[in-house]
Design a protein around this ligand. Sequence first.
Ligand code: DC
Length: 223
Amino acid sequence: MSFIVAMDGPAGTGKGTITSLLSKEMELVNIDTGATYRCVALYAVKNGIQLEEKERIIDSLKDINIDMKNEEGTQKVYLNGEDVTKEIRSKEVTKIVSQISSIKEVRFAMVEVQRKLAKGKDVIMEGRDITTYVFPNANVKIYLDAKEEERAKRRYIENQEKGIEMTYEEVLENIRKRDKNDREKEMGALKIADDAEYIDTTNLKIEEVKDKVKEIILRKRGK
Ligand code: DC
């Protein structure tokens, strides 16, 4: 039996950082589900497939193989055997990923990949529809939130540290567009599950959020 910690929320709420820290502290396998959609978006960028070419995007799914590995404490993402951990965070990918993830066929395929990556393991998984669709019966369900401007500020700083060049205004605009698209998706839309623990992180430091989430997991794990 696997133990599943599911975490959802919009971009910039700290989901990635929290899952990465807690996966190490609590021996949980970290699965970044957004990375699977980013791989499909990267494949389109690399192969000159445009957003309007829905059929080509759907057709490309059969040629896409995604894997995630934990190497020396950091999570690496592989697309068809190539390490794309950094590339999937590029501006080009970030711009189109929400729309790519709105395609029903893409969602069906990626949810299958995500469930397969989690199979038989104790995992901590973050995304937009993990608590509601991918693992509606997860042992722990958490929804992280924060004010839009604060999320943009965090993402802007993170991008700078990673050498991704985007102005604060560009980041904010991108977050607004993605939020809207992510919330209005026909399938797998971002919403708060009735039984999720809601945490507003706007005024919290990352350590404080981590401690809150850890406390919830420990309570549910019964340890
Ligand atoms: O978490 P992220 O920014 O890497 O996610 C990239 C995009 O993928 C985001 O705009 C929404 C989408 N996504 C999704 O639709 N469902 C998920 N479970 C995870 C991400």
